[in-house]
Design a protein around this ligand. Structure first.
Ligand SMILES: [Zn+2]
Length: 430
């Protein structure tokens, strides 16, 4: 599809012509901008111009001035997709638990029997950094083939000072060697590790007094996240961890109101509002007060419909949140227990069919509002002059048709910072 002329400029400078339909959310409007027969021009990895091809300014995008020439051949073009909630680096799998849950055993029953997160912690600690890196790198390559250009990556399967740092160092190595944009999050407060079962306070002191300062000193994470749930951490414990993170420059995120939630008060959602979290994630059981608090504080709600489907739970009431004025993002929650798939297209399709979001709302949920959940909305998430030239070419006539005629292998090309990063990578499984 793409032919590149000999370029005299930056490899990150180019023009894409013959776009059948370009769809991008815009910060200033709840409606996406949709252009037919469009062109996209970028210089040094940043969008320079976007519009109808007939309106292309004379002299812009010429091969002799250094623009690589690309043809979209009628493809649909959207901003690079953003998976704003994953647990990318982990050791081992838990297919047997998946089958147990299908037979009716609950998530909490499996966890009490030594399965669940604790089991992945044992398997992750047993893996070498090289093994964790290789598996995550292969997953990132397959995600780029789905058009996913930015991936938030949580620690949380190390759960000791050394192992949490090791996971974040794996993410740093991936960030410097992979074309994908990696956004690392410290999730040391995922659960209390088995060896600290009788000493929760000791574990939390290690996290707040030693781990968080060291993560900040090494520049290993952008966010600090806590899992607020029965069997994980209380609202009070989460508040202490997030305040320590804030003190070290790590912005708060939260896993809240997933399995039960506080239906009387605001639950975890109200804590997210109180600490001005970048996002509150899950929210399957969010209360009306929680929704009101999120709206008032401007916290992004991140829906994880694959996890809800795997756990046979009701999904986040995304429509109610949107109507209350809360921005809604959609992500995979990729992890070996409750969301063993990194297929963001599947999460998008569930957001349409089960949560009843329109394709335009779902596009915004995996681009501009996902960028907001990562505090990167000034740089990525839409195709506007000055923003990063991350985009995807899709084999579909328009946005509605893409999510309606759901099928594999719709991605034609993926670009990060104006450079092609490959597509149709074979999915490696394990
Ligand atoms: Zn998660």
């Amino acid at each position: 599809v793409t032919t590149e002329a000999p370029s005299v400029g930056s490899s990150r400078t180019g023009i894409l012509r013959s776009i059948g339909c370009l769809a991008t959310p815009e910060a200033a409007s709840s409606e996406p901008r949709v252009l037919r027969r469009a062109a996209l021009v970028w210089r040094d990895g940043l969008v320079e111009w976007v519009g109808e091809e007939a309106a292309l300014p004379e002299g812009l995008g010429l091969a002799e001035t250094g623009y690589a020439q690309h043809e979209a051949s009628g493809a649909l073009v959207v901003p690079g997709l953003i998976d704003c909630h994953t647990h990318l680096a982990f050791g081992g799998w838990r297919a047997d638990e998946f089958v147990e849950r299908l037979k009716g055993t609950s998530y909490l029953e499996i966890a009490r029997a030594g399965g669940g997160i604790a089991r992945t912690v044992r398997q992750t600690r047993a893996a070498s950094a090289g093994e964790l890196y290789a598996k995550a790198a292969a997953d990132l390559e397959a995600m780029r083939a789905l058009g996913v250009t930015t991936v938030e990556c949580k620690s949380g399967y190390g759960l000791s000072y050394e192992h949490e740092l090791e996971l974040l160092e794996v993410y740093r190595a991936l960030a410097s060697s992979q074309p994908s944009r990696i956004v690392p999050t410290l999730l040391a407060a995922h659960v209390v590790p088995a060896e600290h079962a009788r000493d929760r306070d000791g574990y939390l002191r290690m996290v707040t007094e030693r781990l968080i300062p060291e993560v900040a000193r090494r520049g290993l994470a952008r966010f600090c996240d806590v899992f607020v749930e029965d069997g994980a951490f209380s609202v009070e414990e989460a508040r202490a961890v997030l305040r320590a993170g804030l003190g070290a420059g790590l912005a708060p995120k939260l896993h809240v109101d997933q399995l039960g939630g506080d239906l009387e008060g605001g639950g975890g959602a109200s804590l997210a509002a109180e600490v001005q979290a970048a996002s509150a994630d899950h929210l399957e059981h969010v209360s009306e007060r929680g929704i009101a608090d999120l709206a008032e504080a401007g916290v992004v709600a991140v829906s994880l419909p694959i996890a809800s489907a795997v756990l046979a739970q009701p999904m986040m009431p995304a429509r109610r949140l949107l109507e209350a004025g809360v921005a809604v993002a959609v992500a995979t929650d990729y992890n070996p227990g409750t969301a063993p798939s990194f297929d963001l297209h599947l999460a998008m399709w569930l957001a349409c069919t089960v949560q009843r979001l329109a394709p335009a709302e779902v596009l915004r949920a995996v681009t501009l509002d996902a960028a907001r959940a990562l505090l990167l909305h000034d740089e990525i998430g839409s195709l506007e002059p000055g923003k990063v030239a991350d985009f995807v070419l899709l084999d579909a006539p328009d946005l509605d048709h893409w999510l309606y005629h759901f099928r594999q292998r719709t991605v034609v090309e993926t670009f990060v910072e104006g450079e092609r990063v490959g597509c149709s990578a074979p999915e490696r499984s394990h």
